[in-house]
Write a protein that binds this ligand. Structure first.
Ligand code: GLN
Length: 537
């Protein structure tokens, strides 16, 4: 394959165990290079066969992140955006499903001219095409994170691509970072490097020599241990980097900087190291994060309370918004299905703000209604996101408009006389589940004088969506008369994007997902506004 682009490539692979934080390491490398003035983009290659994680249950893979251009992706793309403060797109998310779909449709079109279609070269060529495509344009460095762990059957074609590209692109064009775990054996009082050695062997068997090893560890690595790993794994000693557990993921870039990981990689890629990293804003953020002036307590009512990754972007958005408000936001996940008419006041007692999370399906819906009602009747700041907004609308219809059987048609086993939340016109007739929701960024016009307009400080915004149901506009007048206003509309379709109860301190619901666009340097205005309201400011 001819190399038509000049971007350099960094591949990040993982070994020994999953969940070591390849996404954070990739994002941190990206951040450091970006802070030296390089244009960087980060891509995720996921070896599973689903076309995208849009159809995956959060129990499988945590939150589904949505890009501006409407791709349903792995949650690591959220980290890339939050660290780099730059949007990703469809092109930044590749799965085995997408690769095979493309190859098979080419085969059906006859593009392979009678050849036998095989993993090598056809699948690997398609993966390479996608990796190289991302380097076109003015990107200096493409960072590619390979999901899974080395040695998995399904990640083999991806490792093979790294091998081929290193050879094809030539010296100084590709660097490989391998992330492993160095476990601490308490009984022996020792950190153990053998799993790392084995993991590097597995990578070598596939023809790939890593350039840098990042070792995830609970305890700091001694010089001796680094020397030993370097010797056994054929890397230079300063290419053995430790990643010690830290209390915030946002500190990882600084930890990597201390060990000159950025410089090492730039040297391997024959790139200039004279421009020094500028990270003043980042350091200021961390400084504030570690020294909050006060604490605010928020209840996050949802279905997946036991899964820390299910509401990843929301939790991160609260961290960003907390720092902006000089406070620590303590988010407590509350199981929606545990809330009843009798116990809601007690379970939500003491929280300064209530958020009802996005979601699908009936489970926990009634509990979410209780949460919205409790917030509304007690004037506790409320923020409903997507389903959380729909819940607020249904609750208001039932308890303020007196439409006791009002419902969202998504939840109805039988029909409702008052479908205040209804299937969008464009969704009627859709039967396929994958990639068929209203996805990605749409414009929203804000109503002057609203809380939303005040928070954003402007009139026109663009926000990301992932839903099939919408506010039923035939009820709008009744809602507005009773005190719930629509304060954000899609300017083309008139779809209600935001509702508010202006008489309350802060009662806002958004049909879109603000959490997908909050970053460290640009916390989302609605999260900032909500936290401020919860603080009573
Ligand atoms: N289930 C609702 C819908 O499809 C809300 C979706 C969401 O919260 N992302 O409209």
């Amino acid at each position: 394959m001819k190399n038509t682009n000049t971007s350099k490539h960094i591949f990040v692979t993982g070994g020994v165990a999953s969940s070591l934080g390849k996404g954070i390491i990739s994002s941190s490398i990206g951040k450091l290079l970006q802070s030296r003035g390089y244009k960087v983009t980060i891509q995720k290659l996921d070896p599973y066969i689903n076309i995208d994680p849009g159809t995956l249950n959060p129990y499988e893979h945590g939150e589904c992140f949505v890009t501006q251009d409407g791709a349903e992706t792995d949650l690591d793309l959220g980290h890339y955006e939050r660290f780099l403060d730059a949007p990703t797109s469809h092109a930044n998310s590749v799965t085995t499903g997408k690769v095979y779909q493309e190859v098979i449709s080419k085969e059906r079109r006859g593009d392979y001219l009678g050849k036998t279609v095989q993993v090598i070269p056809h699948i690997t060529d398609e993966i390479k095409r996608r990796v190289l495509m991302l380097g076109k344009g003015d990107v200096d460095v493409v960072i590619t994170e390979i999901g899974g762990t080395v040695g998995d059957i399904e990640s083999l074609p991806y490792i093979e691509v790294v091998r081929q590209l290193r050879y094809e692109l030539g010296t100084g064009q590709v660097a490989v970072v391998h992330l492993t775990l160095v476990p601490y054996l308490a009984a022996a009082g020792e950190l153990k490097t053998k799993p790392t050695q084995h993991s590097v062997k597995a990578l070598l068997e596939a023809g790939v020599q890593p350039d840098v090893l990042v070792l995830r560890t609970e305890k700091s690595l001694s010089e001796d241990l680094r020397r030993k790993v370097a010797l056994f794994c054929n890397v230079e000693k300063d290419s053995v980097v430790e990643s010690v557990d830290v209390s915030t993921i946002y500190e990882v870039p600084l930890k990597m900087l201390e060990q000159k990981l950025d410089e090492t990689l730039l040297r391997k890629l024959n790139l200039d190291t004279s421009r020094k990293p500028v990270l003043d804003d980042w350091r200021e953020f961390i400084q504030k994060l570690y020294h909050p002036k006060k604490t605010v307590s928020i209840a996050l009512v949802g279905k997946y309370v036991e899964l820390p990754d299910a509401y990843k972007s929301i939790v991160e958005s609260f961290i960003h918004a907390g720092v902006r408000n000089n406070c620590k936001v303590k988010v407590t996940r509350i199981q929606a299905s545990d809330l009843t008419e009798e116990n809601t006041a007690e379970k939500l007692n003491g929280f300064q703000g209530i958020m009802v999370a996005p979601g699908f399906g009936e489970r926990g819906f009634q509990g979410k209604i209780h949460a919205a009602q409790y917030a509304r009747e007690n004037n506790i700041p409320y923020f409903g996101v997507c389903l959380g907004m729909q819940v607020a609308v249904v609750e208001f219809a039932r308890n303020a408009l007196g439409l006791s059987e009002a419902h969202s048609t998504e939840m109805m086993v039988h029909s409702t006389p008052d479908p205040v939340i209804d299937l969008m016109e464009q969704q009627k007739g859709i039967t396929e589940k994958g990639g068929t929701m209203r996805l990605g960024a749409y414009p929203c016009r804000l109503v002057k004088g609203s809380k939303a307009a005040a928070a954003y400080g402007c009139e026109n915004v663009s926000e990301r969506h992932r839903h099939r149901y919408e506010f039923n506009n035939s009820y709008l007048q009744d809602f507005e008369k009773a005190g719930m206003k629509a304060t954000g509309f899609n300017p083309e379709t008139n779809l209600v994007e935001i509702v508010e109860i202006p008489s309350l301190k802060w009662f806002v619901g958004t049909q879109f997902h603000p959490e997908y666009s909050s970053t460290v340097l640009h916390p989302h205005p609605l999260f900032v506004g909500f936290v401020k309201a919860a603080l009573g400011e």
